[in-house]
Design a binder for this molecule. Sequence first.
Ligand code: MG
Length: 260
Amino acid sequence: MKRGEPVKFCRFSVDNRTYNGVLRGNMLDIVEGDIYGDFSSMRMSYPVDRVKFLTPIVPNKIWCVGRNYVGHVKELDHELPEEPIIFMKPLTTLVGHGDLVRIPNWAGRVDYEGELAVVIGKRCRKVSEADALSYVAGYSCFNDVTARELQNKDGQWTRAKSFDTFGPFGPVLLLTDRMPGDAAITTRLNGNVVQRDVFSNMIFSVSRIISHISRFATLEPGDVIATGTPEGVGRVAPEDRVEVEIDGIGTLSNPFIAEH
Ligand code: MG
């Protein structure tokens, strides 16, 4: 398949089978192969409204960046970081577009965090900022759902970020090595805009983040990096719906429910 123009890659299930696909208007074309090698159309399609979107790839691991937009750092009343703050979420947080996010009744305040996700396409270690983007497979939407009170109480972030279903990811992966700096990310809570910013306002760019992580850890194909959330984080409650929309990619939408 030609890689000349950006392709929206995804995984989906329909009729109890799972496929890799490419979004074409309101249709999903089934493809054979994956994003790390080559893939080609199988000349079979399903309408989008008939399928269940899965995470666009099966991630290898999930890296996250904390405090990466000035407005968000200020709203949390923190100092600007001198280098990227890196943490991780376990793979059991992952859910796809449309899946339920479950909030346990003992979790306290739980916040949405709309974020740009970067997917690594090639293994890299100690890569320079100048070369970093050549290791990117593409970009997607991510919601770094966070139990805010537990994050503050614990003094580190692992439990607060690691609840099952606290990592909505998708619906598609835009296959390009570069997101435009003026592309906007918008988060809506029950249809109301609560976060809106552009990627050029990141404190640390995608290339800086990749270079930074690769200095201490090998980045591998399928590694996902959630690049931090803009100003406007806030509480999400059971029965709410959160949408994370990124220009040129699409909208990740998830309903939240109470878990007892
Ligand atoms: Mg975050």
